[in-house]
Design a protein around this ligand. Structure first.
Ligand SMILES: NC(=O)c1ccc[n+]([C@@H]2O[C@H](COP(=O)([O-])OP(=O)(O)OC[C@H]3O[C@@H](n4cnc5c(N)ncnc54)[C@H](OP(=O)(O)O)[C@@H]3O)[C@@H](O)[C@H]2O)c1
Length: 247
């Protein structure tokens, strides 16, 4: 198994891509801390499902964008599992609107959760990872942060910021054997994209060379690879997983 004996904290893993990453890591022998915000039942039932698979998972409620909540979560994860080898910064939201109609509140909330939430969790776990002289950090960014997307200036700014953050931290901690990479998903079938109206979905689908939306598992497979020894010479990279959308 690729992640035998490892411990991962996956933020926003009650649903969607984070859930698929948690499950895929467990199937490779990893123990997982399942972070959630509002979906308590889903987080608990994921942990039960993981238990039935013979794995270990514990749910932790925290708004990653609040430093105190993120700190309480990280302290709890470290005392429950003894260490964290892999941090997956996955929690994220959208509040789409054209800039002319975008409220300051929606601008700030997306930056706070999608970007400052990553700062919080990464900063809190960097010291323990430096002490153990190894670690993997995987940031879930987006193709919107690479190409831009009308109606998503807040989201694209946060995700582009996350790409710069990924590369900067990768350079800061490479000498400690901590590898920091990003995954930029394209159009993935989750609650986040279900909100898109049918007409928008059809337009997007026609632009994807592989002709289908991605699945959360398409992203999880890459996250497992980046967390594994097989990716031991990769750092500071953003892997696009989008069915060819942005090539
Ligand atoms: N779906 C796509 O097409 C797509 C494309 C590119 C990038 N992404 C990125 O992939 C990541 C996951 O997206 P998804 O499609 O799986 O979204 P999703 O289905 O809407 O799930 C979002 C997850 O994030 C959690 N979350 C939201 N705000 C949080 C906060 N402040 N603190 C802690 N957890 C929080 C939610 O927890 P609760 O439900 O418990 O509140 C949920 O588990 C996001 O970063 C997103 O930007 C998605």
């Amino acid at each position: 198994m690729l992640l035998e004996g490892k411990v991962a904290l996956v933020t926003g893993s009650s649903r969607g891509i984070g859930r698929a990453i948690a499950l895929a890591m467990v199937k490779e022998g990893c123990q997982v801390a399942v972070n959630y915000l509002g979906s308590e039942e889903k987080a608990k039932s994921l942990c039960e499902e993981i238990g039935q698979l013979g794995g270990k998972a514990i749910p932790f409620r925290a708004d990653v964008s609040r430093w105190d909540e993120a700190k309480t979560m990280v302290d709890g994860v470290l005392s429950s599992f003894g260490k964290v080898d892999i941090l997956v910064n996955n929690a994220g939201i959208t509040k789409d609107n054209l800039l002319l109609r975008m409220s300051q509140e929606d601008w700030e909330e997306v930056i706070r959760i999608n970007l400052s939430g990553v700062y919080n969790c990464t900063k809190l776990l960097l010291k323990p990872m430096i002490k153990q002289r190894q670690g993997r950090i995987i940031n879930i960014t987006s193709v919107s942060g690479i190409t831009g997307n009308p109606g998503q200036s807040n989201y694209a700014a946060a995700k582009a910021g996350l790409i710069g953050f990924t590369k900067s931290i990768a350079k800061e901690v490479a000498s400690r054997d901590i590898l920091v990479n990003g995954i930029a998903p394209g159009f993935i079938a989750t609650d986040m994209t279900e909100a898109l109206v049918q007409a928008e979905q059809e337009k997007l689908l026609s632009a994807i060379p592989l002709g289908r939306m991605g699945s959360p598992e398409d992203i999880a497979n890459v996250a497992v690879f980046l967390a594994s020894e097989k990716a031991g010479y990769i750092t500071g990279q953003i892997i696009t997983v989008d069915g060819g959308l942005t090539m």
